[in-house]
Design a protein around this ligand. Structure first.
Ligand SMILES: [Zn+2]
Length: 262
């Protein structure tokens, strides 16, 4: 499997992806809003885009579908529940479905509601990689403002994402490193790994940002650090209502609410 991450260079700071089978040159485009940039990258690599995957129905993930399909004839894949909100879907996906690219790539679909109710993440087991859309970002998680639910998002993290291998690389739908690391550090000022990563990211252009793993996320992403005393303490001192003995779920929900205003 070969992966290209493409910086959309837009205000929403989208990342797009090409996932290709090197044996056949066939490629899957993920959330290709800036479809020209995606097509150009495929041409540079000598790949043929045969499929498009939308992780979810938001405009900044589906807006390039039509033009890229016209240019390539690719088929369109999206959550089976999103057929009413995404035009022209050829294949509806559910939990456990497999997306095959060429002869060597097999991505397993994870049903990951929370950011929206019809959100799909794609996971490659052979070379652990998670195309996480707006569910999981580098150092943060998606918001639930536009058709989502934080309690559902927490369950997605607990049930679907927590069991993936620690060496899984994370390929999200947006570049939000600095904001997310800043949030972690606001709650956990002693987090030296988050501080070091933030310093490194400050030197880089968005297109050159690092790729994190889930192991790294557990070190720098506040939403993976729900039991850390410093984070629990910071949340308790915020004005976010909490039960007397907060469980991981309570901290996650409080963090999501705090991040909304941060
Ligand atoms: Zn979204």
């Amino acid at each position: 499997m070969a992966i290209e991450r493409i910086w959309a260079d837009n205000p929403a700071r989208n990342f797009h992806y090409l996932v290709a089978c090197e044996a056949t040159g066939e490629a899957l485009a993920i959330d290709p809003l800036n479809w020209q940039a995606v097509l150009e990258r495929a041409q540079t690599r000598g790949w043929r885009i045969t499929q498009i995957l939308n992780t979810h129905e938001h405009w900044d993930h589906i807006g390039g579908n039509e033009a890229l399909r016209a240019a390539t004839g690719a088929t369109l894949l999206a959550h089976a529940g999103a057929l009413g909100s995404i035009a022209g879907v050829d294949r509806g996906l559910t939990e456990g479905d497999v997306i095959t690219v060429g002869s060597s790539v097999r991505l397993r679909c994870l049903d990951t509601p929370g950011h929206t109710y019809t959100h799909i993440c794609a996971f490659d087991e052979a070379q652990p990689a998670l195309f996480s859309g707006d569910t999981l970002f580098n150092a943060g998680v998606g918001n639930c403002h536009n058709g989502g639910d934080p309690e559902v998002l927490y369950e997605t993290f607990r049930k679907r994402l927590s069991s993936l291998p620690p060496d899984t690389q994370v390929f999200p739908g947006h570049e939000y490193f600095a904001r997310n690391l800043g949030f972690t550090l606001a709650l956990e000022p002693s987090n030296a790994k988050a501080a070091a990563l933030l310093e490194r990211c400050a030197q880089l252009e968005p297109a050159d940002m690092p790729v994190t793993t889930l192991a790294q996320e557990s070190e720098v992403n506040a939403f993976f650090r729900l039991q850390q005393p410093e984070i629990v303490d910071s949340v308790s001192r915020s004005h976010q209502p909490l039960p007397e003995r907060p469980a991981a779920r309570d901290i996650f929900l409080a963090l999501r609410a705090l991040r909304n205003r941060w």
